[in-house]
Design a protein. Structure first.
Length: 158
């Protein structure tokens, strides 16, 4: 009986080695997937953005001082994106130039430009074919005279 027990106990250290080898292999695969996927950087030049941080803060403060607001709507049945631009008192902003881009936050993909047509009374609309449904960041840029406004909205587009 001691010979059978001794022959079985010879394999116990190798079972531990095999278990650790599986753990190391799985960790290696997970690290490779993590490193080769989304970098976590939203801007192409994060260092430059950081160096010009005060200018970015000043831009945001001037944007907030305008008091402009953006209302958005997505019509999935027609793939239509609607944007409404109002001032701080809720009046429609006429005469503004508005453009929009859709950015997929989880993928490294070029932004999708949305050609927005002016419908009047601060309303704009455009059509876009989405390559995938899901979470998108809508970047809206508006200009009227010397005033500039930009905002990003996270939208779930079906």
């Amino acid at each position: 009986m001691s010979t059978a027990l001794a022959s079985r106990s010879r394999y116990i250290p190798w079972i531990f080695v095999a278990g650790f080898a599986v753990v190391i292999a799985v960790n290696g695969v997970m690290m490779t997937l993590a490193i080769s996927s989304f970098s976590g950087l939203y801007t192409p030049a994060p260092r430059d953005r950081g160096l010009h941080y005060n200018a970015i803060v000043a831009e945001k403060q001037s944007r907030d001082a305008l008091g402009w607001q953006v209302e958005t709507a997505w019509r999935p049945e027609t793939n239509r994106l609607e944007v409404r631009l109002v001032d701080g008192s809720g009046k429609a902003l006429s005469g503004a130039r508005v453009r929009a881009e859709l950015v997929r936050p989880v993928e490294k993909r070029a932004p999708l430009a949305v050609a927005l047509g002016d419908l009047g009374e601060g309303r704009f609309a455009g059509y876009v074919e989405l390559p995938e449904r899901g979470n998108w960041d809508l970047d809206v840029y508006a200009e009227r005279g010397d005033d500039r406004f930009a905002i990003t909205r996270r939208m779930f587009l079906k």
